[in-house]
Design a protein around this ligand. Structure first.
Ligand code: 5GP
Length: 190
């Protein structure tokens, strides 16, 4: 694929991503090997991460996906997320691991955790590829984390900008002028 005009630089190479996924999988395997967990990926950004992560886990597990809207009041970030497509597993009594592409303010995950916790799973943890801690507005922290990233708009490896770049095999930083067009409001691209 030719170098996309709107990209400023590569932040994480394919090799860095591969190595990190092997590390995360080793930690998850150690904690869940005999627990037959349900991994719930958040659509759409988590699909590439999820696909690579499960193939690095040599154990019984189920996968599922959930799609949620952004918080309903994008200006104050005070609204709630809405479930657009629910997961299909009954998670009561199951060990659940949420798989997410990036935690930014943490609001999406905070709301989603409440929704899933109400269904009484045996445990509920979070595995996140990327984290932007400087933008956090909640106390959400990932139990399994890939990389901390700076406060820049990143794309690739599942993450989009206006639906583009999900298929890049690396994570790149969008140029500032392209980023400004997002007006600081994140698109979940669900
Ligand atoms: P939060 O609720 O934590 O603020 O938002 C998390 C969601 O915002 C992510 O799942 C992702 O869809 C979107 N997001 C946050 N930062 C970025 C980014 O740098 N790039 C892209 N493509 N999406 C982002």
């Amino acid at each position: 694929m030719p170098w996309p005009e709107e990209l400023e630089r590569v932040l994480l190479t394919q090799k860095q991503l591969e190595d990190k996924i092997a590390e995360l999988a080793a930690q998850i395997y150690r904690d869940y090997a005999n627990k037959n967990p349900v991994l719930i990926g958040i659509l759409t950004g988590a699909i590439v991460f999820m696909a690579d992560l499960i193939r690095a886990l040599p154990m019984d597990l189920s996968i599922d996906f959930i799609s949620v809207s952004s918080y309903e009041d994008a200006t104050t970030h005070s609204g709630r997320v809405r479930v657009l497509k629910d997961c299909s597993h009954d998670i009561r009594g199951r060990h659940v691991l949420i798989v997410e592409d990036i935690v930014d303010t943490g609001l999406t995950l905070q709301h989603l955790r409440h929704i899933l916790q109400d269904r009484q799973p045996a445990s509920l943890r979070l595995c996140c590829l990327l984290d932007k801690p400087s933008r956090r507005r909640t106390n959400v922290t990932a139990d399994y984390l890939g990389f901390e990233v700076p406060d820049e708009f990143v794309v690739g490896y599942g993450l989009d900008y206006a639906e583009k770049y999900r298929n890049l095999p690396y994570v790149g930083v969008l140029k500032e002028d392209a980023y400004r067009k997002t007006c600081g409001v994140n698109s979940r691209g669900a």
